[in-house]
Design a protein around this ligand. Sequence first.
Ligand SMILES: [Zn+2]
Length: 106
Amino acid sequence: MSKFCPYCGEELIDNAKFCKSCGKSLEDFKSSPGTQNIQYPPSAVENDHTFATVLGYIFAILIPLFGIIISVYLLTRNDSQKAARHGKYILILSIFIWIISFLLIR
Ligand SMILES: [Zn+2]
């Protein structure tokens, strides 16, 4: 997708910080979709963790032992703070439900 300089109308390369024609800074125009993607990690990585996170919550309720395994997996993902945070919640939820199920069986 090509962009155009808001000052002189020159066509710009993606992710350009300065206009090559007039030399003006383009940092003020960050709202355009071309520049916004740089600040976020690739969505494919996040999607993997989202799947594991959803799976983790389901297992935490149905099979707490599997929930704990998935929470350990999420807690060891160094590339996503979101995954680590959900991993903590899933771990707490799994242990909580495990204790409850033990109490109910007895
Ligand atoms: Zn320009």
